[in-house]
Ligand binder design. Structure first.
Ligand code: ARG
Length: 499
């Protein structure tokens, strides 16, 4: 039974603690030569994910050039578009660059740099649509990206709305690509979105989609900066002038808005060959395999660390609760453990994750926030599994051990736990399986795990079937391997029992 407390586990736990402390202090020691800039990398060609899952695009290169020109580093933080302004206000980020239109309303909350791009709103339609004007969208179904100016234009009753009919259905998506996918799948009649992304989206779907202009007033994109950080606003404005003067700006315009770079896709009438072409398009020519591999790594890292943390913390909690058994009444320790378990079990893990990431970790090091959240969450369940396993061991065993002269702790270690482990293992295996699958929500806090990888691939390729089925298969294999390992372990325990 000594194995339960083996050196390697203790070392792993200590390492984890060190990692967490380093992570936390690391994010506190702020380097003032770094500007944290938020974006929403779902808006090509301004910002999108490259094949390694890193934000890139016109905006990202522009802000990097601006800051470097002024002697600053940039840290890009990817988040939902509608969270950008709030994050600037709470100080989670210093500024944002996200194809963001300057509006009177937003000016109440943030300051804007000089404008760096002009745009208008476009309407994306199915290629055979008869709609020619925005007014004809009244009473139809429209998809938009949540919180954007396109959203305001489409939503009846808002000041800028172009749609008056309140029976119009507005579907709001976190990503422009999802709005376009909805249109492709027939869920809406149109998408309202900024001109350049509209062109980009249509260029990857020329056979099925087209776009028209809303003929509305032009919008100006600018970089949003916290109202408390005028020095950063000055740096950005000065840098913007410099990159315009030294030609970097024009080069970026040419690179991102010039002609060309449409991937030609092979198609075939044969269903199988077509499937292969799609497969190769999704995973090879678009670099999907790299996203999957790095996502898999992240999922495994989070799961393994969270399981370790969950087991260690869960054991501590279980023993805290068991003091109640020993003393035959509630103790302070057992009360604390019960309260902890009660709270964790009573709240959704995704909410716990958001609290951990946004409040405790202040939107930094999402991976560590995820490990801590899932570890702490799992601990509550592991504690109950261990406690139940121990309680299921016959009472006489403890009495027997004690009358042999063992202390309580020794009886636990040498007599009770070795028996309890057999009750515990199957339930623990179940818990690990649940944990691994639950980590698939970490995409919410900008962690690029396996599930998020499929998301990126869908955004890049507009293919849904192959990426989703592939990801499902990978999870299945992980869970299968895990349950096989546990089954083997149980068999060994049973064998050693017979000896
Ligand atoms: N220009 C529009 C706005 O300011 C849309 C911007 C969306 N940008 C993005 N990165 N998702 O509302």
């Amino acid at each position: 039974m000594k194995k339960l407390f083996s050196k390697s586990k203790v070392i792993a736990f200590c390492l984890l603690v060190v990692l967490m402390v380093v992570g936390l202090t690391g994010c506190k020691t702020k380097n003032d030569k770094v500007i944290r800039v938020g974006t929403n990398a779902e808006f090509p060609p301004f910002e999108y994910m490259d094949e390694n899952g890193k934000p890139t695009g016109f905006d990202i290169e522009l802000i990097t050039a601006i800051c470097n020109e002024m002697g600053y580093e940039v840290e890009i933080v990817n988040m939902e578009f509608k969270s950008l302004i709030a994050s600037i206000q709470t100080g989670g980020i210093d500024a944002s660059i996200a194809g963001m239109t300057v509006t009177e309303e937003r000016k109440q909350s943030v300051n804007f740099s000089e404008s760096y791009f002009n745009a208008t709103q476009y309407i994306i339609l199915p290629i055979d649509s008869s709609i020619t004007d925005i007014a004809q969208l009244n009473g139809k179904r429209i998809a938009v990206q949540e919180g954007t100016t396109g959203d305001l234009i489409a939503t009846p009753g808002t000041e800028d709305s172009m749609i008056t009919d309140t029976s119009t259905v507005i579907k709001r998506f976190k990503k422009g690509t999802d709005a376009v996918l909805e249109l492709k799948n027939g869920g809406v009649d149109a998408v309202i979105i900024d001109s350049s992304p509209a062109k980009k989206f249509v260029s990857s779907n020329t056979k099925t989609l087209k776009y028209i202009d809303t003929n509305m007033d032009a919008e100006e994109y600018a970089i949003a900066v916290s109202k408390d950080k005028n020095e950063i606003l000055d740096i950005i404005n000065e840098g913007l002038i410099k990159v315009k003067e030294n030609g970097t700006y024009d080069a970026l315009i040419e690179q991102y808005f010039g002609e060309g770079d449409v991937v030609i896709r092979k198609t075939s009438d044969n269903w199988f060959i077509n499937l292969w072409y799609t497969f190769e398009f999704v995973f090879i020519s678009n670099g999907g395999y790299k996203l999957i591999l790095s996502g898999l790594g992240t999922t495994l890292l989070i799961s393994v660390c969270a399981v370790l943390l969950g087991v260690v913390l869960g054991m501590v909690l279980a023993f805290m609760k068991l003091t109640e058994e020993k003393k035959h009444k509630k103790t302070l320790l057992s009360r604390i453990a019960s309260l902890y378990i009660d709270i964790i079990r009573g709240t959704p893990v995704i909410v716990q994750l958001l609290i951990m990431y946004m409040i405790v970790f202040q939107n930094r090091i999402g991976v560590v926030a995820a490990i801590v959240t899932f570890g702490m969450n799992s601990a509550a369940y592991v504690a109950e599994i261990i406690r139940a396993g121990i309680m299921a061991v016959d009472h006489g065993q403890m009495e027997g051990g004690r009358s042999l002269g063992f202390t309580y702790g020794q009886t636990m270690r040498f007599i009770i736990l070795p028996q309890a482990i057999k009750n515990i293992l199957p339930a623990l295996c179940n818990e690990f399986i649940v944990l691994i699958k639950e980590t698939s929500v970490v995409g919410y806090v900008a962690v690029q795990d396996l599930t998020k990888a499929s998301d990126f691939i869908i955004s890049r390729t507009y293919e849904t079937f192959i990426p989703l089925i592939t990801i499902a298969l990978i999870y299945y294999v992980i869970v299968k391997v895990l349950s096989k390992v546990f089954a083997a372990f149980e068999r060994r325990l049973r064998k050693s029992d017979k000896r």
